[in-house]
Design a protein around this ligand. Structure first.
Ligand code: FES
Length: 217
């Protein structure tokens, strides 16, 4: 695990947008009043959605809202890599570099990020992109994986990844999931086993009568 520190340059203040505060109150209401600190992660996530990253004034504001010591909120912010402690580009690309993804080509994806965006954590000149390497994102079966905003993009080749970046740069939406078009984590290509449709339509099921059913009235 790498040391994660707050950005050297911080804004002077932070204020919850009204929509953010409305959602924060929804999360707080899920917990007993003396346990409202339990909402710290979802509220920090909302703050990140509002600002793009989590600043030191935002950490203090979250702490005040939840009645926590700021250090407790800082601990959460610095522990979870889902929280950005520095400003990021409009699209922040989180490239998994752990072994399964590395074996399936993540080094090439990182090289592409370096060529097109710059070093990890740098924001591109147009403000559109930034990237970082992540530890396992938990979707190794469809490696290599890149997380963008709330979604995973899987089975990426450098070509598929660059096409994705092109779309984002043009302001187009991108479809998450497998770049190979495989269904969830099913094997690549057409199914080669269990291909008989009657296996799944119930026609092979033996008719049985359950014992101990109540008498019909
Ligand atoms: S190693 Fe990349 S998702 Fe697990």
């Amino acid at each position: 695990m790498s040391a994660r520190r707050l950005a050297a340059e911080q804004p002077g203040s932070f204020a919850f947008a009204s929509a953010t505060m409305e959602q924060a109150r929804w999360w707080i209401a899920k917990y007993p009043p003396d346990r409202k600190q339990s909402a710290v992660i979802p509220i920090m996530w909302l703050v990140q959605k509002q600002e793009g990253w989590v600043s030191e004034p935002a950490i203090r504001a979250i702490a005040e809202l939840l009645g926590m010591a700021p250090i407790r909120v800082l601990e959460v912010a610095t522990f979870y890599t889902m929280f950005h402690l520095h400003p990021v580009g409009k699209h922040h690309l989180q490239v998994c570099g752990t072994t399964p993804c590395m074996l399936r080509g993540s080094e090439d994806l990182k090289a592409l990020c370096k060529r097109r965006i710059g070093e990890a954590h740098a924001v591109s000149a147009d403000g559109l992109f930034s990237w970082e390497e992540m530890e396992c994102l938990g979707a190794c079966v469809n490696a290599p994986v890149v997380a963008i905003h709330d979604y995973y993009h899987e089975d990426l080749t450098p070509g598929a990844f660059e096409a994705l970046m092109d779309k984002l740069a043009r302001g187009e939406s991108v479809t998450p999931g497998s770049a190979l078009g495989r269904q969830t984590s099913a094997p690549e290509g057409d199914a080669t086993v269990l291909t008989d449709a009657s296996l799944f339509d119930g026609s092979l099921a033996k008719k049985i009568t359950l014992p101990n059913l109540p008498e019909k009235v």
